[in-house]
Design a protein around this ligand. Structure first.
Ligand SMILES: O=c1ccn([C@H]2C[C@H](O)[C@@H](COP(=O)(O)OP(=O)(O)OP(=O)(O)O)O2)c(=O)[nH]1
Ligand SMILES: [Mg+2]
Length: 151
């Protein structure tokens, strides 16, 4: 079992709301809570940076955190991330924030302590960049953006 250092910045976590955790033993993500002072209504297009009530410190440069939307909020209510995906650096020690964006067509109210996004820890490889004149030939070459067709 790996561990992740966290600082609790909001006393309501663990007292009024469960600490962020996985909804089931097999859940990949740790659900992050909106530790706002009062319910927040996001009109279509609104985007607000919300505190999770935690600071984390991954420390290991071979790991990074990712903040991802919850599928129910994203698909049913249009509540996704203003930065689409949050990437948490291993050396970051500040408050863990969630950029909450209403991409939908109806307003949505986020309750205090609501689970608004999810966090996963992932391995990263941070390579040194090696400048070359030419690449070895590959099948794809410079093809992209639909170069392989649609069917
Ligand atoms: O959804 C997010 C995304 C980022 N962060 C924090 C942790 C991350 O390590 C730091 C920097 O994120 P990023 O590198 O994406 O932002 P930047 O615009 O490149 O800022 P910086 O110049 O500080 O790297 O901001 C969050 O709390 N939530
Ligand atoms: Mg950055």
């Amino acid at each position: 079992m790996s561990t992740l250092q966290v600082k609790v910045l909001d006393a309501r976590l663990g007292r009024d709301f469960d600490m962020p955790g996985r909804a089931t033993a097999g859940s990949a993500g740790i659900d992050l809570r909106a530790m706002i002072e009062q319910p927040l209504t996001l009109a279509p297009g609104d985007c607000e940076l919300l505190p999770t009530g935690l600071s984390i410190y991954i420390a290991d440069p071979n790991l990074a955190g990712m903040i991802l939307p919850r599928s129910g909020l994203g698909h049913k209510h249009g509540i996704v991330l203003g930065n689409l995906v949050g990437l948490i650096d291993s050396d970051y020690q500040g408050p863990l924030m969630v950029s909450c964006w209403n991409r939908g067509h109806a307003e949505f109210t986020i309750d205090v302590g609501e689970r608004i996004a999810q966090f996963v820890l992932v391995p990263v490889i941070a390579p040194e960049l090696q400048v070359v004149e030419e690449f070895d030939e590959s099948t794809r070459g410079v093809g992209g953006f639909g170069s392989t067709g649609t069917r």
